[in-house]
Design a protein. Structure first.
Length: 115
């Protein structure tokens, strides 16, 4: 199988990895219960962004994106923290009327799983 696509190799979810990244949650988003509260810091800007992986993207599985139910292989490009939690900027391909269609979207972390 192609490199990086090891089925059956399970790790923590991307949402858990984002929560453990060290970037504090926004004031309206409490820290996950399994994590200690972040140190007191000035309020972050409305959206905090950071690259995924080493900045070159990471493989992920996209679950039930809008208008394309199912699970699709994707490339996670970066993370963004919003008032309602973490979102990943992903690119993935879905079947279209005239062949594959490349989609780029910001999706909630719970729709993205480590590949």
């Amino acid at each position: 199988m192609a490199g990086g696509m090891n089925r059956g190799h399970h790790g923590i979810s991307l949402a858990d990895r984002a929560a453990r990244s060290g970037v504090p949650a926004s004031p309206s988003q409490p820290a996950p219960p399994s994590q200690p509260a972040p140190p007191s810091q000035p309020a972050p800007p409305a959206a905090t962004r950071r690259p995924a992986g080493d900045g070159s993207g990471r493989h992920c599985w996209v679950h039930d994106p809008p208008d394309a139910p199912g699970t699709w292989p994707g490339l996670l490009v970066e993370w963004r923290q919003q008032e309602d939690g973490w979102h990943g900027r992903v690119a993935y391909a879905v079947p279209g009327a005239h062949g594959p269609v490349l989609v780029e979207a910001w999706l909630p972390a719970d729709q993205l799983k480590q590949g």
